[in-house]
Design a protein around this ligand. Structure first.
Ligand SMILES: C[S@@+](CC[C@H](N)C(=O)[O-])C[C@H]1O[C@@H](n2cnc3c(N)ncnc32)[C@H](O)[C@@H]1O
Length: 397
């Protein structure tokens, strides 16, 4: 069975992986819906409220999928009990930040593997036929869509993933308040959420480039590369930039940015485009907030956090000079967390900037304000307390 995200499988018309199990002597199968785990469990056992947490934990550690037929609320409690058992077994964190990071990633992967094996079956309309099950239809429709193979045949997914999807639905419904916009951004499932406000403040406050004052055939044009929810494009538009072309490669990000731009009433100024990095042409300002950590993503949903081999960062820097108008600026938004984790040195970043034919005009720094920076139980606490987020003002040398 291939490890392929079910969305990707659907998009490519590849038969989806299935979960097979036996129930009351009859063979059953259903499509496996997995964003974070990929591989469908090869062995699946039907279980209910009589299953003890120790037993569930042991079976999951051995790789057995546990298809839940009991009370939904009890399944949530069982998941918590399994989490506690797993946490007792996880290796202690290391003093060395790089080692602590790798241990943390390993622990995350192990947590996803083991806890992802408590399974829930969803009906074709995404309802759940279990006692005390919540109504997750809207949450599933928003995250998974209504016109794909999954909704047609129902599916099996992990309870942990379902919980993530319900959480994302709440985030999207409530939205994230963005003071620089005097409004709210609604992140969609799987799209980078702008919960860390400090990088947005940098974009809201940095001086706009001189090139905006020189009349150009394009008027005041800016690019936002990797727009995610569209938040930075919206901030630029609110700052008076007349035209912003906002790009992304990810379908969910594109739909999300489009929705937000519409709800903020900025469709005249911001256009959302599917592009690999840059749109055609040149602009007076190009902003980019690439993922900050150069490491392998364990799941598609992590691509907005991890930038394997700094590919997006390199692509942005190398294309910048060719996309700037004379006197234009590139704004690279970057935290130095990778430096504190020993994953990329400051000199490497400076060398990349130099090799792309760019000069640093100025660097604006801000301290993160998010809760995890103050959480001493976080395995990456040491790096997080030292972290600075910067806006690098770059020009073509
Ligand atoms: C860290 S998120 C930043 C999102 C948003 N700009 C913000 O600041 O909240 C990076 C975004 O870049 C997008 N991305 C990654 N590689 C890309 C590429 N080659 N071309 C366009 N977008 C890309 C991701 O899908 C993601 O939405």
């Amino acid at each position: 069975m291939s490890i392929i995200s079910t969305d990707a499988a659907h998009a490519q018309n590849i038969p989806s992986p299935t979960v097979n199990w036996q129930e009351q002597g009859v063979e059953h199968s259903a499509p496996w819906r997995a964003e974070n785990l990929g591989k469908a469990p090869a062995r699946v056992q039907v279980v209910d409220d009589s299953l003890k947490a120790d037993q569930a934990y042991r079976l999951a550690c051995e790789g057995t999928g546990l298809l839940w037929r009991g009370d939904f609320h009890n399944a949530r409690q069982l998941l918590q009990a399994m989490t506690r058992r797993l946490e007792r077994k996880l290796p202690k964190t290391a003093a060395d930040p790089t080692e602590a990071f790798h241990l943390h990633r390993q622990a995350q992967a192990q947590r996803a593997r083991v806890l992802g094996l408590l399974l829930i079956q969803l009906e074709p309309d995404y309802s759940i036929k279990l006692r005390r099950a919540p109504d997750v239809r809207l949450a599933c429709e928003q995250a998974l869509g209504t016109d794909n193979a999954w909704s047609a045949g129902g599916c099996v997914m992990s309870l942990r993933e379902l919980q993530g999807l319900i959480g994302a639905y709440e985030w999207r419904r409530k939205g994230v308040s963005i003071p620089a916009l005097g409004g709210v951004i609604h992140p969609h499932y799987g799209v980078f959420s702008p919960v860390r406000g400090e990088y947005i403040d940098l974009v809201a406050q940095a001086p706009l480039p001189q090139a905006f004052s020189a009349p150009s055939a394009d008027g005041m044009l800016a690019f936002d590369i990797g727009t995610g929810t569209g938040v930075l494009a919206a901030v630029l538009a609110r700052r008076g930039v007349q035209q912003v072309l906002a790009t992304d490669q990810d379908e969910r990000a594109l739909a999300c940015a489009q929705d937000n731009i519409q709800q903020l009433g900025l469709t005249e100024q911001v256009q959302v485009l599917k592009r690999d990095l840059y749109p055609e042409g040149r602009a007076a300002l190009v902003v980019c907030n690439p993922p900050w950590i150069p490491a392998k993503a364990n799941a598609p949903i992590e691509y907005a956090i991890y930038d394997p081999a700094s590919a997006m960062l390199q692509g942005f820097l190398q294309g910048l000079a060719a996309h700037l108008l004379p006197g234009g600026e590139g704004w690279l938004i970057m935290s130095d967390i990778a430096e504190h984790l020993g994953l990329r040195s400051r000199q490497t970043l400076l060398d990349m900037i130099d090799a792309a034919g760019l000069t640093v005009i100025e660097r604006l720094d801000i301290k993160p304000r998010h809760g995890r920076a103050a959480d001493s139980s976080d395995p990456l606490f040491k790096a997080r307390t030292a972290e600075l987020t910067s806006l690098w003002r770059l020009s073509a040398a």
